[in-house]
Structure formats: structure tokens, C-alpha cells
Ligand binder design. Sequence first.
Ligand code: TXA
Ligand code: MG
Length: 314
Amino acid sequence: MKTVLTRSPIEAAEFIRRGGIVAFPTETVYGLGASVFDEIAIQKIFDAKERPADNPLIAHVSSTDQIESLTSEIPASAQKLIDSFFPGPLTVVLRKSARVPLLATAGLETIGVRMPRAAAANEFLTACGVPLVAPSANVSGRPSPTTWQAVVEDLDGRVDCILQGDATEIGLESTVVDCTTDPPVLLRQGAVSLDSLAAIVPGIVVFGSDDARAPRSPGLKHKHYSPRARVIVVDIARPISATGNDAFIGINKPSREFKLSKICNSVEEYAGSLFEFFRECDRSGIDRIFCEQVSEDGIGAAVMDRIRRAAASD
Ligand code: TXA
Ligand code: MG
């Protein structure tokens, strides 16, 4: 398959209308989209990504009106989160409507819904005129793409079109909250922090804690976010025993030199640089990536979540 690269949301939307799959930028990471109502196109997403069939997809909308076609019921907790955080880097899991194919939700009766705030995503979704299911636009298990070039690296020849835009603003995937249970459960950390969620829905609990009753988010059990290099979490206050072929990313300068290193000015920049740094390390044949441990406030919680998963998966 020839993959068309374009900067035109209108041209990209044409491929969706003809039953194709299109990678596009959002404020979190690049997504790989198909119409929610087109099972043949949805199957192409699973094939292109080599995604396990038991990992459900998130539906993306361009307006809150579109949510009605996807769900049978919006609980009060979900409505409050939608009012507070849409459009933005938050996914709410709701009971799905009969129109949403089970292929999109991996057999679940629930569907994750999100409304991206990036202008490029909104223009593209508006041009499509239907909600799109879209997982991150990487081959399963690889770090999520934050640039269109990273999408080319993984999916060139496997998708119909790539909508070229800027590097993504946040760089980590959306926060996911299951609103089908009472209290709602935080399934995946992201730029919308637990504190800011709890300010709107005070009872919210974190998946895995004693209070959480939600079923495990299927995606959480799969290998994730991993570069080929080994990822090691480090405390910057302690000496790091590194060899020649090692890399470092963090917000403080380490006491020794590394073959590759990235010192970020803030935790936000750390979040935004992490996945691209993982890819750069793989391109350079790095063996081990030392990632500085940061405090789990704000987006620091999502940074540490992704680093731990990457470190656990070898
Ligand atoms: O920021 C994002 O969310 C990006 C952009 C493209 O929007 N998308 C993304 O999709 O990260 P994906 O497929 O890579 O991750 C979706 C996560 C998975 O962990 C999946 O298991 C979980 O959301 N998820 C999706 N639908 C779910 C559902 N109905 N119930 C529980 N978890 C669900
Ligand atoms: Mg993903």
C-alpha cells in the first residue's frame, strides 16, 4: 500500500470517507483513525498496528453532540468531567450504544470517548463528519508517536494516509477514567492529573487501589511504550554506573557524560520529549536508557507510569 502524506485535513478526510485509515495529530500523541461505524476499516487498524484484538479503541469526537451516537447513557460523573475537560487530554469510558461495533471495543459493552483540543485534530475530525476510533499510531508495543516522522517510521506502507502536523503538545497519551462504575476509576494517568479530576469528582479512585472495583483496562496488561534499549529508572542523587553505549533523560544534569542525553527544563518538557527520546536511542543503537525519577505531581505521575512500564517490559 502506498501511504499518502498530506497537510490537508480535507484530503485526509477523503480517505476515511472511502473506508481507509489515516494517522493524524492530537495534543497527546498521533492517532490512527477509522470511522467508528466502519468495521472493515477498524479491522485495518488492528492489522496495521499488529494490535491484540482484546485491546479496545478510543472514539474521538469533534463536538460534544457526537457523543450521543456513541453511548446509551452519560452518568452525572461523566457529564461533569466532560463539562470540565472537553476538549482536552481526557478519555471517559461510558456504556456503548448499539451502533458502536464490538470490534471497536474489543467485545466490551463500554467505549472510551475523547474530544481532542489540538486544532489540527478538530479540523480533521470535523471534515470526517463521523467520530473516529483511534489508538496511538505506532506498531503495538513501540513508544507512541509524537511527530509525523515517527508515524512514518512505524506505519509507512501500512496506512492510507498520514496527516502531517506539528510535534504533539503534551507527548503522553490521554488520562483514561472509567465512569461506568460508582465511584469512577482512573485507569491511565495523563496530563489531566488525579488532583484536577478529584476537584470535579471527589470520590474518584485509582485503579489497583483497594477502593477500585473497575475491571482491569485491557490495554494495561499489554507490553507498552518500550524502546528496544533497556530502560532503567534512576535517582539523580545517586551515582549512575554507565558504560559507553548508554543514554540519559531527565531534568537534572547527571554527574557523568552519556553517549546521548536530554536535559529538560521542566516535567512538562520531560513528558513531551520522552517517547521521541526512546525512538532516537533506538536509531542510535543505545543499549540502556537511564531515566531520572521525578516526583509524581501533575504530569509527573504519567511520566513515571510510562517509564515504569517501559522498564518492566524486557
Ligand atoms: O491520547 C490518547 O488517548 C491517544 C490519542 C490518539 O487520542 N490514543 C491512545 O489510544 O492512546 P490507545 O489505543 O493507544 O490506548 C487506549 C487505552 C488502552 O489502554 C485501552 O485498553 C484503554 O485505553 N481503553 C480503551 N477503551 C476502553 C474501555 N472501553 N474500557 C477500558 N479501557 C479502555
Ligand atoms: Mg497505544
